[in-house]
Design a protein around this ligand. Structure first.
Ligand code: FAD
Length: 370
């Protein structure tokens, strides 16, 4: 089991737990590691240690861990692949990495395809598998890092497709009710980078699996400048633009634009694009004619957070071991050995300056673990 490089498991060799009150039960089947460095468990790669850490590879192990945490008074935090997480130096409580696997495919009644995936599956593996089988629907989400569970929580989106559009339902463990529940997409309350799991109403819900629905009739989703240019450069036509060809094009564009977390720690976009009123937008546009924005319904406008950050002078900024990626102002990076605290201090500087210059509040996209 991964984690054997960490301190001793709670369930073996630890007779005097810190604080004296968190005596781990010795009848557990899942190992819990104390003072576990989170090295390699987040794409940001900040230096971090969890008070306790365990992996749940089944519903049974998850229930066992939750019961132990409740008995011991340990707060619980969940982790997928850590691609949307900034971990602080010390993470109190029990971090449970959801490692529930399994992929099952069957025809849908409408002629499409249903794919049930365990929450711990790597989402991009599902994209690769479906695309390789000629099944369309997920190709625009190619190369988005993270697990299926994390993808549901965040309702990942890229190049005009959001996961919610390809989901039929989500199976969760409701730890408050003590039961497994099947949530419809309506119940998941999906919106831009949002789901019920990010709200107080979703507290205690753990994603166990997701049921994807791939359409019977596929059509390519295009219309993004970089992607369209790549499609044109590859000479793809209505005939040759298959799900696999579109997936390859998306991967090529992303690899040019985004830093590879294996080489430069990051969590993708660090801030969401802020939404403001039309009145505020008009004021800003008068002062800053190069402002980048997108029109939304209901008299609201979405601003490009990257433009705001660049205009505030932060593109390529360096603050100790943390920085802003020189090719993309929306991406904060770990230049090597950064702590979560350093990253958050830089993020706060950016937020303050953007607020002062534009009166716009930037909201952080990644989750703070700690
Ligand atoms: C280089 C790069 C590019 C990216 N590009 C995109 C992009 O194009 N579009 C996009 O939307 N995102 C993007 N992201 C962000 C990231 O890929 C997604 O948010 C992804 O869904 C995170 O999944 P994860 O498993 O790593 O989640 P984690 O970071 O491990 O967890 C995120 C949150 O989900 C919770 N969670 C995880 N699993 C479960 C579960 N089973 N049950 C309940 N809660 C759970 C965690 O507690 C945490 O609150 C990018 C990130 C990187 C590093």
């Amino acid at each position: 089991m991964e984690g054997s490089d960490a301190g001793p498991p709670y369930n073996e060799g630890r007779t005097t737990p810190k604080g004296g009150s968190r005596q781990p039960p010795n009848n557990m089947t899942v190992q819990i590691f104390r003072d576990r460095p989170l090295d390699g468990l987040t794409t940001f790669g900040t230096r971090a240690t969890a008070e306790a850490y365990a992996e749940a590879s089944s519903l049974e192990s998850l229930k066992e861990l939750l019961a132990h945490a409740a008995e011991s008074g340990l707060p619980v935090r969940f982790l997928g692949a850590g691609a949307n997480t900034v971990a602080m130096s010390r993470v109190p409580g029990l971090v449970i990495r959801i490692a529930i696997k399994g992929i099952e495919k069957k025809p849908a009644p409408d002629g499409g395809t249903l794919v049930r995936c365990g929450a711990g599956e790597i989402f991009d593996d599902i994209v690769k598998m479906t695309v390789a089988e000629g099944l369309g629907g997920l190709e625009n989400l190619s190369a988005v890092p993270g697990t299926v569970g994390g993808a549901v929580v965040q309702n990942i989106g890229a190049y005009g497709v959001e996961l919610a559009e390809r989901l039929q339902s989500v199976t969760v463990w409701d730890s408050k009710a003590g039961e497994v529940r099947e949530l419809s997409t309506e119940e998941c309350d999906f919106a831009y980078r949002h789901s019920i799991l990010k709200t107080p109403a979703g507290e205690g819900l753990v994603v166990l699996s997701a049921l994807l629905h791939l359409p019977a009739r596929w059509y390519p989703v295009t219309g993004y400048r970089d992607l369209d240019a790549e499609i044109a450069a590859r000479g793809l036509t209505a005939v040759t633009l298959t799900p696999a060809a579109l997936s390859d094009a998306v991967r090529a564009v992303r690899s040019r634009k985004l830093p590879d977390p294996a080489r430069l720690g990051n969590a993708g976009s660090f801030f969401t694009n802020p939404i403001i009123s039309k009145v505020h937008w008009r004021e800003l546009l008068t002062k800053h004619p190069s402002l980048v924005y997108y029109k939304l319904g209901g008299g609201r406008m979405k601003l490009a957070a990257a433009w705001l950050i660049e205009a505030a002078g932060f593109k390529g900024a360096v603050r100790g071991n943390a920085g802003v990626y020189e090719n993309h102002a929306l991406i904060l990076v770990n230049r090597g050995g950064a702590s979560g605290e350093e990253v958050l201090a830089l993020a706060e500087d950016i937020r303050r300056r953007v607020r002062e210059m534009f009166g716009v509040e930037l909201a952080m996209e990644p989750v703070v673990l700690g």
